[in-house]
Design a protein. Structure first.
Length: 711
């Protein structure tokens, strides 16, 4: 940190950021970037080794962190209170409901005071449990540690896990032997993977995805335990940078399922896990606009697909002997507005999760008779999920339920008798009374007449007199829906008088696949205007007033924050932008970045398509910062983030400060030892949430309106 930066922080003034203009011409338009130099030339090296960051950029990030702490020093007591409250709602020595597999019950738990999960098993017939992997012990001495996946071998004699130790999402896979009553680690760590692990049926090795030099999943490899990873066999490769590769085990445990997809289409390859020398075979070639995924059942495949105009998906089946589309037979027809999200297959049943009118339900079909029944709940807004099972031949379905006021519940459901057994209800040690809270589902009218769903949580007895502060959360991208599920952390805001609202804007799939399609590419502006329509509706209906709303979103939701505050800064008391994707135009023009080529089908390719260039330039938050009174903004970044690189929020904050005529501070806090997900420990993560919530409380109370940060 130079002396100028030190003096600025001492005065509670922002650290100076030098402008070094760079111009380039694209489609006849000149783009000027004053802060492009903040992208380190060796950024790929930094992902693997954060110490490689150039000294000048590191000094600036540290100065930004120090400035943010100086401005937020007055919130220290509140942050400590918030973190203590949130931790008090966590049962620290909690354990998940065990999952049976053969002679064992597998589960994870946490120790009191522990930051990371502990993987365990206990004999199914009764007896003392075993610790397979102690996450706290593995993380000891490391500033970042995240377990990507963990899996025992089919013979129960080995345990494999993947771990990221920088936050860059480059996972190394390790294996330990569980025999002889003592866990012994094999020396052959497999580096630079995406973290996925699928065991071979004979337990001699596993399949994984190897990433390339550009941090992209490129090859599916077979590793024999105990061998040198450099000799691993590549069984499948896809070096088109626009495509993603995923692997998983079929629920029947017979196949490795290799998924290849982009934001428009997909295809599946199957590999027999029982054949030590197997190579994958294709189910159906990828076609523009057609998506599908599969599950295996005996001599057939069940396929969830949007083919032949099934916008919200249908389910078909095909014989394994001929799985091509010409053999697909319809099992569950398409219904527009009923989005089929996921399928699960049992020996006698086909299970699906579907969502209609924004609410999910689980539908169970008896395969022999074709009879169906559904599991649903009565609250206005709630969340349902299927838990992964380890045994295929089971008659028990495990699902989870929660709402914004109902803590998480885990149920076992007998598919034959329809008996529902509560296996676990989330415990909140500090106490919780759901009758003191209200959850609602409302709809705001968008600028084009569409009805935008809103999920709300607030204290019972709230007066709708425009006085309450409100946190408005949004995402709206990739077809991801934001579930109306329970979070103990939100109670720290709601108990302080906040309304917590989720705007289910276009770009997600809350109202079906068209809700996603109407919020991407040339229609991306709908995401932003939906969010503003929701804010205005909540003002009109008395839940809050202009200048009392704190907006929050992360990643692509951070783009939403940047666009919304460019369009209507007067609505917001403050904005929290977590790892915000705000430098959209420059990022989509840079094909060397890990996610740029795959993202062209989500946002458009501005290098090749003048219309996409014009559309992205019209909303890209960084490119549309203007001289206007921006509210206080807190941006959060991660130095080793491969998804939203550290320089995006850094550049955005610098430009905002240079342009704003507002009285609130523009702050940046970068985690110098983490990536996209922030701190890896469960209690360390609470400190980050406490910072965000303290900022929100201060903004809603007008605590940054004196302009002292400018002195």
């Amino acid at each position: 940190m130079n002396k100028l930066q030190q003096n600025a922080i001492a005065r509670k003034a922002p650290p100076p950021v030098e402008k070094r203009p760079v111009e380039r011409c694209v489609h006849g338009f000149t783009i000027r970037d004053d802060y492009g130099w903040l992208k380190a030339d060796n950024w790929q090296e930094v992902l693997r080794d954060p110490a490689a960051l150039p000294a000048g950029i590191r000094a600036l990030l540290e100065a930004e962190n120090n400035y943010a702490e100086a401005v937020l020093a007055g919130t220290g007591k509140l942050r400590a209170e918030l973190a203590k409250e949130m931790r008090g709602r966590i049962k620290e020595d909690d354990a998940e409901v065990p999952r049976p597999d053969g002679p064992w019950l597998y589960y994870t738990r946490h120790n009191a005071g522990g930051q990371h999960p502990i993987f365990c098993r206990a004999p199914r017939s009764g007896g003392e449990p075993e610790i397979l992997l102690d996450g706290d012990a593995q993380a000891k001495g490391k500033s970042f540690f995240d377990i990507g996946s963990a899996s025992h071998s089919p013979d129960h004699d080995k345990f494999a896990w993947s771990a990221d130790e920088t936050g860059s999402e480059l996972y190394s896979i390790r294996v330990r032997s569980l025999g002889a009553g003592q866990a012994l680690d094999y020396p052959d760590a497999v580096p630079d993977t995406d973290g996925s692990i699928v065991w071979m049926a004979d337990s001699s090795g596993f399949y994984y995805i190897r990433t390339d030099e550009n941090h992209r999943p490129a090859e599916v490899c077979r590793h024999k335990t105990g061998s040198d990873p450099s000799s691993d066999i590549c069984v499948f490769s896809e070096h088109d940078p626009r495509l993603f590769i995923h692997i998983r085990r079929s629920q029947s445990a017979r196949f490795l399922i290799i998924g290849v997809d982009d934001h428009d289409s997909s295809e599946i390859h199957l590999l027999d896990l029982a054949d030590a020398n197997a190579m994958p075979w294709l189910v159906e070639p990828r076609a523009p606009g057609v998506r599908y995924d599969v599950e295996h059942h005996g001599e057939r495949l069940f396929i969830r697909t949007n083919s032949d105009g099934a916008e919200d998906f249908k389910i078909v089946s095909a014989p394994l002997a001929n799985v091509s589309k010409t053999s697909w037979a319809e099992e569950v027809p398409h219904e527009r507005g009923r989005l089929i999200i996921r399928i699960a297959v049992y020996p006698d049943y086909l299970v699906r999760i579907e969502r209609a009118a924004g609410l999910p339900r689980i539908v169970i079909r008896h395969l022999a008779s074709g009879g169906e029944h559904a599991i649903a709940f009565a609250e206005e807004a709630y969340s349902l999920g299927l838990e992964e099972r380890l045994e295929y031949a089971a008659e028990t379905l495990r699902f989870t339920y929660s709402s914004m006021k109902t803590p998480w519940e885990t149920y076992d459901y007998n598919l034959a008798t329809r008996e529902r057994t509560l296996r676990k209800r989330q415990v909140i040690p500090s106490g919780y009374d759901p009758s003191q809270y209200v959850t609602r589902r409302l709809f705001a009218t968008a600028s084009d007449g569409e009805q935008v769903p809103i999920s709300l949580l607030y204290r019972a007895g709230l007066r709708l007199d425009h006085s309450a502060p409100l946190l408005l959360y949004g995402y709206g991208a990739y077809g991801s829906h934001v579930p109306a599920s329970f979070s103990t952390n939100r109670l720290s805001l709601v108990d302080r008088g906040f309304v917590y609202a989720i705007a289910h804007v276009r770009g997600g799939t809350e109202k079906g696949w068209h809700w996603y399609m109407d919020g991407k590419l040339s229609k991306k502006q709908n995401t932003f205007t939906d969010f503003i329509s929701v804010a205005k509706y909540l003002i009109e209906t008395g839940y809050t007033r202009a200048g009392r709303i704190v907006a929050e979103g992360g990643s692509a939701g951070g783009m939403l924050m940047g666009a919304a505050v460019n369009l209507a800064p007067e609505l917001f008391a403050g904005v929290i932008a977590d790892v915000p994707f705000v430098d959209v135009l420059n990022t989509m023009l840079d094909a060397s970045l890990p996610l740029t080529p795959p993202e062209w089908l989500e946002w458009g390719n501005p290098a090749d398509d003048p219309a996409a260039f014009t559309a992205i330039r019209s909303y890209s938050p960084y490119d549309n910062v203007e001289a206007k009174p921006y509210p206080p903004i807190l941006a959060l970044g991660g130095l080793t983030d491969p998804r939203v690189t550290y320089w995006e929020p850094l550049k955005w904050v610098a430009k905002l400060r240079a342009m704003t005529t507002g009285s609130g501070p523009i702050l940046l806090k970068t985690n110098m030892g983490a990536g996209h997900g922030g701190a890896s420990g469960r209690f360390d993560h609470l400190q980050e949430i406490a910072l965000q919530y303290a900022f929100a409380v201060t903004c809603a109370a007008g605590g940054f309106n004196d302009g002292a940060w400018r002195t």
